[in-house]
Design a protein around this ligand. Structure first.
Ligand code: SF4
Length: 261
């Protein structure tokens, strides 16, 4: 999906959405929806929906031991042949995500496009090819990171996902993030960045700096589809990714295959 500007009405709707998501997620947590017996985690789930202040929702830290850390296979089973939102009526495939289930580095976009819908894999069209190049320039590969979207089914005509669709689908991304427990998430484009950070601001206000969300560092940057339309911004995107590489190095995380020095 693309860098689409949202208007004031959309902002109000997003604030309402984040409130709904918070209450829905709180219900999930309280009900133990995500609990897997014997799989309590010591690392907090990422539950950052706080549009009012744009910060992590600390209350979930307190409840972290009650949030089961499901495996990706368990989450996929839970998703099933999902019909939780109307995108199920037009999709060809559920695009769950791909990569290393223990990846320290994760990339999150907005929603599958036409090629992704056909193949059931995220970021496989022209934008995906550019994303692959970006990841490879960092020394990683699509198999050694994890790639997912905020919604798992293609919106018709590549429109942005609607609020009810995000409400139904985002909890599954949250569960994936909790399962993978990446150290850094690169959020691709304005919609995904704002979803992950609980904000509604232009990407220019978010990118080129880390946002700490319950212990996970989130780096917003431009969506590859935007970079295909505006190649002059590739330099800026690379600057964002260099910060990610520096932070990974600071954390002692080397790309796979890097000789130990
Ligand atoms: S977008 Fe998500 S919630 Fe909606 S049908 Fe697809 S998997 Fe289910």
């Amino acid at each position: 999906m693309t860098e689409m500007d949202r208007g004031p009405n959309d902002r109000d709707e997003l604030v309402a959405l984040t409130r709904q998501l918070r209450s829905q997620l709180a219900r999930h947590v309280a009900a133990g929806t995500w609990a897997a017996p014997g799989q309590a985690t010591t690392r907090s789930a990422i539950l950052p929906f706080d549009a009012e202040v744009g910060t992590p929702v600390e209350v979930y830290d307190d409840r972290a031991p009650r949030i089961g850390r499901m495996s990706l296979a368990q989450i996929r089973d839970e998703l099933g042949e999902c019909t939780r939102c109307k995108l199920s009526t037009t999709r060809t495939s559920i695009v769950f995500g791909i990569g290393d289930p223990n990846a320290p580095l994760m990339f999150v976009g907005e929603a599958p496009g036409e090629q992704e819908d056909k193949r059931g894999e995220p970021f496989v069209g022209p934008a995906g090819e550019l994303l692959d190049k970006m990841i490879e320039a960092m020394g990683w590969s699509r198999r050694s990171v994890y790639i997912a979207n905020t919604t798992k089914c293609r919106p018709p005509g590549n429109r942005n996902p609607e609020l009810d669709e995000l409400e139904q689908c985002m909890p599954f991304l949250q569960a994936q993030i909790a399962s993978i427990a990446p150290r850094i998430i690169v959020a691709l484009g304005r919609p995904a960045s704002n979803q992950l950070l609980g904000r509604d601001v232009p990407i220019s206000a978010l990118r080129n700096k880390f946002h700490d969300v319950n212990g996970i560092r989130v780096m917003p940057t431009f969506h590859p589809a935007y970079l295909l339309r505006e190649p002059d911004r590739k330099r800026d995107a690379w600057a964002d990714l260099k910060l990610v590489m520096q932070e990974l190095a600071r954390l002692g995380i080397a790309p796979p295959g890097t000789p130990r020095g």
